[in-house]
Design a protein around this ligand. Sequence first.
Ligand code: DX5
Ligand code: ZN
Length: 215
Amino acid sequence: MIKLSPSLLAADFSNLKNDIEKAECAGCDMLHLDVMDGAFVPNISFGMPVISSLKKISNIVFDVHLMINDPIRYIEDFVKCGADIITFHYESCDDPLAVIEKIKSFGVKAAISIKPKTDASVLEPFIDKVDMVLVMTVEPGFGGQKLIPETLDKVAKIAETAKEKGVCPDIQVDGGITLENAHLAVEKGANVLVAGSAVFGASDISEAVRKFKSL
Ligand code: DX5
Ligand code: ZN
């Protein structure tokens, strides 16, 4: 079963409540919240105050994607503001295992991500310790980019390594995912799709969610 996690980055920031309700009612499985610090990525998005405010008006699973340096400093804060899943980047810290353990110590799901140029093999030591792996299919930092097709081979590699290790983490793809290309990621083994522009940028959000869910 494919899960859909629409990225709020493409939503109407003057009316987030309305957009989230539409996505939730149409059946999306979680909400993807992109946190950017202007250092790990060349862009700044939003942080804890926005997430904790949204948590009060929504029951959906909060899938928080941290694109920040040294994420261990802020794990507790993101747990407190309502994250249900916390994804951090392999490239953003010296000790990924410590970050995974910190996230899990709060009873929150832990996920690790790699940028397009990072080899999938770096994740081998962590695959049996996380709930989800996120393969970035664009350079992180901005919504509305085109999917880099070569990144999808890493999805297959990660699915294979997980199988060898006898584990079954969710495999998420993020960046440039559309109704037209989503099947390519799914065929390689992805089961969680992030889509910003293709959901919140669509003229009819509910219809876009329903179409993704029926893929
Ligand atoms: C990019 C973010 C993505 C982005 C996806 O750095 O991690 O979640 O918002 O947006 P689209 O689907 O428009 O590429
Ligand atoms: Zn993201």
